[in-house]
Structure formats: structure tokens, C-alpha cells
Design a protein around this ligand. Structure first.
Ligand SMILES: Cc1ncc(COP(=O)(O)O)c(C=O)c1O
Length: 362
């Protein structure tokens, strides 16, 4: 049996540090807005190379409140991808804005500057690129389009912690970045958690207000806000994991390279290794016309796998009538052929070989 993701191995490796850090928080009885949250925000900002890193309850909240902090609301259009998790689009809808879906590149699965450019109208206020599966979007060309039309960029970095172009990390290219620390993410905590990043003092201040009941000073509420906090236990765990994130990501890249080499001669399309756009392989996602056969074979051998995502969000009942889309033919084809294989930093060569042996000739 090979799981899709094995969190036990990482916990075993960091157990003594994590157990001690959690015990310290329990002893302190400071569970909310304590020293670990403060330190984690400083350490994350330093790691990412950004002025403000503000923690919150989830990636969904980082997106929703982040869009609001960037002044996105009713009547605005936000250009995004329909090949993403529902949270990306829910966040846009919760602000009152309209999601506008554009097609994706068949190799990177990310939106491109060309498709974005063609979808811009007088109502377009922002672009929301998703660095899907850990692959960085082409932020140079997307930033150029944003600058031509004076649009905001809010990056969905839920799957791309530590991914970079050169030395610049995701979450620092646009006006804001939104991260998720859901346990399965490449930087994950042991519950829910999220992070919002920005270099703008004004956007950071607005996000702080929104996440803390609209209040800067106790008992004074300037706007109607939300309650969205990362707790001390999760922050203590994330501080330990953050110190190891580069090793985790490098191991993921090594697993992906091995998969790609072994699957090389088959009819399966593997992710590209682009020298300029880096990939941290939150998922290792293949394309195959025989996807359903592959899925059945893996299931019969107890090998974990998942379909991210089986349907463009533009076709989901929740979003079909509240969004606008152009031609999404690449997205539709990718949804019908994609399959994600087991991927975690501690995967052994034997496990990778076993997965490949199972599917190579299908
Ligand atoms: C692309 C993407 N955006 C947003 C989210 C939402 O993050 P969270 O689950 O922390 O709310 C996720 C996580 O599932 C995601 O994969």
C-alpha cells in the first residue's frame, strides 16, 4: 500500500521538537495572539522576502479578506482560472465581485498573459493567478498586463509555499499573496491556518482590521470585520516546519524528477521542468487519455491517487450563474485527463518505482 500523502513520516522526524513546542504552548496557556504567532509572522516575512506577513485562520480567509483589503467588491470583475480549488472562487464571490474564468496553458496548467489580456473589460479590477500544484505562474508577463491596465494582482499561493522565479518567492510578485497551511499543503500545520502577504502598508492595515473585528484598539470597531486568527499551537508547529521547508521542497522536486525519468517513454504527459519557472510539486499531476484505466489499476493495488480537479469550476452549480467565461477548451481537456500520483517529501525510490510499474504501460 502506498498512500497519496504520508504525514506520519514528517511528524516522526520532527516529533521531539514539535511535542516540546506544543507542550510549551499548553504550559503557557496563551493560546491566541501570543509570541509564536508574532515570531512566525516575522520569520515567514523574512523567508518570503516581503514587508508584511499576517497570519489568519485559513487560505480561504486570506483570499476573501485579502481581496477586500485590496478594495475588490460589488461590480468588479476578477480574472482567474477555473482549474483550482473552489475556495479561490468562493473568495471572489464573497466580496460581491464577479469571477471571470480564462483558459490555462496545457503544460503548466496556469493562466497566461494572453488569455488574461483578452478577457479584460472596463469592470476588471484584479487578476488572481493560482500557482497550481506548486508551479509558479509566469508572473513577469502577467505583471506586465496588470501594469498596462492598472489592475491589482492577488496571488493564490495555497499550493506554492517557497516556489520562486530566480530568488523571488510567490506571494511577493503582486499586490498581495494568500497562503494555506491546511495539513496536506507543502507547508502545513495540524489544523487550519493561513497567511496574507503584502508590501503595501495600506493593504496590510486594512487586512489587519478585517481579520480582527474591524478593531485596532480594544473596544473600538472602525469597520465590520471578521474573526480570523492563527492560534499559538499552529504557529509553534509552523515555525518548526518553516525551518525545514527548503529541504521538503527539494525532496519533492527529487521525487518528481524520478517519476518523470521513469515515466519518460510512456504515453503519459508528466509536468515540465522549466528552468525559469520553478515548481515545488505540491502535487505531481500527469495527463493521460487512459486516466480512468490508470485510476482503476492504482486502486486495485492500493496505491493512493486523486483527481484534482475533475470539473472546471465554471461548470459547478455554485459558480456557473455568477461567473463569466470565455473559451476553456484546455481546462476541459485537462480536467478529463488529469490524475495526481502519491507525492510527499519522504517518498522512497522503491515507492516511486512501484507506482510507475503499476501504470507505465496503460
Ligand atoms: C488553490 C487553493 N486555494 C485556496 C485554498 C483554501 O485554503 P484553506 O483550505 O486553507 O482554506 C486551497 C486549499 O485547499 C487551495 O488548494
Amino acid at each position: 500500500m502506498i498512500p497519496m500523502l504520508d504525514l506520519k513520516l514528517q511528524y516522526a522526524m520532527l516529533k521531539s521538537e514539535i511535542d516540546a513546542a506544543v507542550a510549551d504552548v499548553l504550559q503557557s496557556t496563551t493560546f491566541i495572539m501570543g509570541p509564536n504567532v508574532k515570531q512566525f509572522e516575522i520569520e515567514a516575512a523574512n523567508y518570503l522576502g516581503v514587508k508584511h506577513a499576517i497570519s489568519c485562520n485559513s487560505g480561504t480567509d486570506a483570499l476573501h479578506l485579502g481581496l477586500r483589503a485590496c478594495d475588490i467588491g460589488m461590480g468588479d470583475e476578477v480574472i482567474t482560472t477555473s482549474f483550482t480549488y473552489a475556495a479561490t472562487v468562493e473568495a471572489i464571490c464573497h466580496t460581491g465581485a464577479t469571477p471571470v474564468f480564462v483558459d490555462i496553458d496545457p503544460v503548466t496548467f496556469n493562466m497566461t498573459a494572453e488569455t488574461i489580456d483578452a478577457a479584460i473589460t472596463s469592470k476588471t479590477k484584479a487578476i488572481l493567478p493560482v500557482h497550481i500544484f506548486g508551479q509558479v505562474s509566469d508572473m513577469q508577463t502577467i505583471s506586465q498586463v496588470a501594469s498596462n491596465y492598472k489592475l491589482k494582482i492577488i496571488e493564490d499561493c495555497a499550493q506554492s509555499f517557497g516556489a520562486r522565479i530566480g530568488t523571488q518567492k510567490t506571494g511577493t510578485f503582486g499586490d498581495a499573496g494568500c497562503f494555506s497551511f491546511f495539513p496536506s499543503k507543502n507547508l502545513g500545520c495540524y489544523g487550519d491556518g493561513g497567511l496574507f502577504t503584502t508590501n503595501s502598508d495600506e493593504i496590510a492595515e486594512q487586512f489587519m482590521l478585517l481579520k480582527l473585528h474591524g478593531s485596532k484598539v480594544r473596544n473600538q470597531h472602525e469597520i465590520i470585520g471578521w474573526n480570523s486568527r492563527l492560534d499559538e499551537i499552529q504557529a509553534a508547529i509552523l515555525r518548526i516546519k518553516l525551518r525545514n521547508i527548503d529541504d521538503f521542497n527539494l525532496n519533492r522536486i527529487a521525487v518528481a524528477k524520478k517519476y518523470s525519468q521513469l515515466l519518460n517513454s510512456s504515453t503519459i504527459q508528466t509536468p515540465s521542468f522549466n528552468e525559469d519557472l520553478s515548481h515545488v510539486f505540491h502535487q505531481f499531476t500527469i495527463l493521460s487519455k487512459t486516466r480512468n484505466k490508470i485510476s482503476k489499476k492504482l486502486a486495485s493495488e492500493n496505491i493512493g491517487h486523486a483527481i484534482f480537479y475533475p470539473m472546471p469550476l465554471s461548470e459547478q452549480p455554485a459558480f456557473s450563474s455568477v461567473s463569466r467565461s470565455g473559451n476553456l477548451s484546455n481546462t476541459q481537456e485537462i480536467c478529463s485527463q488529469c490524475l495526481s500520483l502519491p507525492m510527499f517529501p519522504e517518498m522512497s525510490d522503491e515507492q516511486i518505482e512501484q507506482v510507475v510499474d503499476s501504470i507505465k504501460h496503460l
